[in-house]
Design a protein around this ligand. Sequence first.
Ligand code: ATP
Ligand code: MG
Length: 243
Amino acid sequence: MSMKPSLPPSPAHAVHCREVTKDFGTGDARLPVLRGVNFGARSGELTFLVGPSGCGKTTLISVIAGLLNPDAGAVELFGASVAALPPEEQILFRRRHLGFVFQQYHLLPSLSAAENAAVPLLAAGMKRAAAVDRAKGLLDRLGLGKRLDARPSQLSGGQQQRVALARALIHEPRLIVCDEPTAALDHQTGEAVMELLAGSAVQPDRAVIVVTHDNRVFHFADAIAHMDDGRITHTQTKFPVGS
Ligand SMILES: Nc1ncnc2c1ncn2[C@@H]1O[C@H](COP(=O)(O)OP(=O)(O)OP(=O)(O)O)[C@@H](O)[C@H]1O
Ligand SMILES: [Mg+2]
């Protein structure tokens, strides 16, 4: 009798976290922040991650994006364990396949809006003029056509947020992870940003994860994962898995 090899996770799963744990601090100050997270985000879908402040959302997406190492558990992206790759391949994988919008934007202060948005293309070796040109086109679609040459310090919070979003989208990564992308935006601009993200997720080999408290945009979600105190408590899906 032969044993079947265990199947890899469904390719529909762009992100698969199993029993992921992460503590911050040491000794008496040790704080368990992720306490055995099981989480999935499917290709072709826009997955929201919601939960109270401090429950671990930013920590979880930082682990998914490889910005933080988990203490235990497994994280697979598109069926592969990125952590198992040699370090230089991990960097290349993330640079090519990941777009990340930080809660605090993290734009480079000495670069213009268009140059900031072009960074992933420049890192991939595209010529400066072509990269900045493409960035300008995307920023224009995000309503920033008149602020292309402004430095981040000259932009409002909502404008900086859209530059950060453009930077996450410009190289058409397979996985886009956004921390509160509509927090600083009015309703109309927030809807436009979500439409852009939903449009990105619709591609069959792409996935978008959005951390949000913004219930005005919940109708965009294909799935909503609820997090509390370091764990995913339940997930709502628009369509039952397998349908
Ligand atoms: N670098 C760090 N060192 C120590 N503790 C940290 C660190 N980063 C986060 N924490 C703690 O981990 C917990 C989870 O933080 P996290 O930023 O993941 O929460 P969050 O769900 O994103 O909250 P919010 O909705 O306010 O952004 C918090 O108690 C926070 O104080
Ligand atoms: Mg956060």
